[in-house]
Design a binder for this molecule. Structure first.
Ligand code: LMR
Length: 329
């Protein structure tokens, strides 16, 4: 386990410091679990550069990738305790705390990358972000990784029947569990930091993830069948410790928000490009078999997912699903 006192001695503030605000040099420790060469990894680095530039070096963002500080199942508590200041978990991993974000996990909700970008960066996204706000945490933006694809070690996954009795790794989120149950499969929650070794030990028959994560973490080595299903969307909520945020002077907060806006727009376009180019690299460099999603099967998948839409519609109070579907039309 990491000894955070040794790594972040500066985080031990006295009561006086907490009341007065932060000292001249402000350090934001940003922890995440994916590789550096991914949409989230690159966005975190870009954000760090922009913050440094816009604040004239007054604020430094230190990025720790690959779960080297905390796994995805630990980072939220570490943020709340103030051991780190920023994280960008998948919104899926936050749905226990923010049930409204479950809508974002509905299968086949997003039409394409432009749709996701419009939802995340316009009014609906802002409305969704506010559902998190509490005394410990503040959501600054949604970032994108991209569309998720289905992979398996057993056979190609093209029709709902192909899922029957297979075990799938899922992130912690009710909608994803239910999605696989409705397909007749058995979902098991596992931390992203454990996925590689679990697949290596054949603990799961399949999983869903973006090309970027499948490629950068080498998951294709144990999952020789990949379907370009684009059935779900992996996005992130970028979250800062709220007590820390409130101690930052207002002018600097504005500069940080400015850096976040610029990073977010960049990330939305970059995530699409990265997933596309890494798909080509994966085709060239690995032996994975890649299947196009059979368009004629979509209605059969959607039929399976109807109860999930009904369930989530009943759980969110306003017409957020309709708003999402109408965004960018
Ligand atoms: C996963 O658990 O598969 C993803 O949420 C990992 C990530 O942060 O992209």
């Amino acid at each position: 386990l990491i000894d955070t006192e040794t790594i972040f001695p500066q985080e031990r503030m006295t009561i006086d410091e907490e009341q007065q605000g932060l000292e001249d040099q402000i350090t934001i420790v940003f922890s995440h679990v994916v590789a550096e060469n991914t949409p989230k990894g690159l966005a975190a680095q870009k954000f760090a550069e922009l913050v440094s530039k816009k604040t004239d070096g007054r604020v430094r963002v230190e990025v720790y990738p690959n779960g080297i500080l905390y796994s995805d199942h630990e980072e939220l508590e570490a943020l709340k305790r103030g051991e780190i200041q920023m994280i960008a978990p998948s919104y899926t991993n936050m749905t226990e705390l923010v049930p409204e974000w479950k809508v974002l996990d509905l299968p086949f909700l997003f039409r394409d990358y432009d749709h996701a970008k419009a939802v995340f960066t316009r009014e609906t996204g802002k409305e969704l972000l506010h559902f998190l706000d509490n005394e410990n945490m503040k959501a600054l933006a949604f970032w994108s990784n991209g569309f998720k694809q289905m992979t398996s070690s057993v056979h190609p996954l093209l029709e709902p029947a192909d899922f029957k009795n297979l075990t799938f790794r899922v992130m912690s989120g009710d909608v994803l569990k239910k999605q696989f149950q409705l397909l007749g499969a058995k979902p098991v929650t596992a931390s992203f930091t454990d996925v590689y070794s679990s697949l290596e030990r054949h603990q799961f028959d399949g999983q869903e993830n973006t090309i970027s994560n499948i490629y950068s973490k080498g998951l294709y080595k144990f999952q020789p069948y990949l379907t370009l299903s684009n059935h779900g969307y992996l996005g992130y909520s970028v979250i800062i410790n709220n007590k820390f945020w409130n101690r930052i002077p207002a002018d600097i907060q504005l500069q940080i928000i400015d850096a976040m806006l610029e990073t977010t727009i960049w990330n939305m376009d970059e995530s699409k490009t990265m997933n596309e180019s890494q798909l080509e690299e994966m085709k060239r460099q690995t032996g994975i078999s890649i299947y196009d999603f059979p368009i004629e099967a979509k209605s059969r998948w959607m039929e399976k997912f109807q109860p999930l839409y009904k369930e989530v519609e009943g759980q969110v109070t306003n017409s957020i699903i309709t708003k999402i579907l109408n965004t960018g039309k």
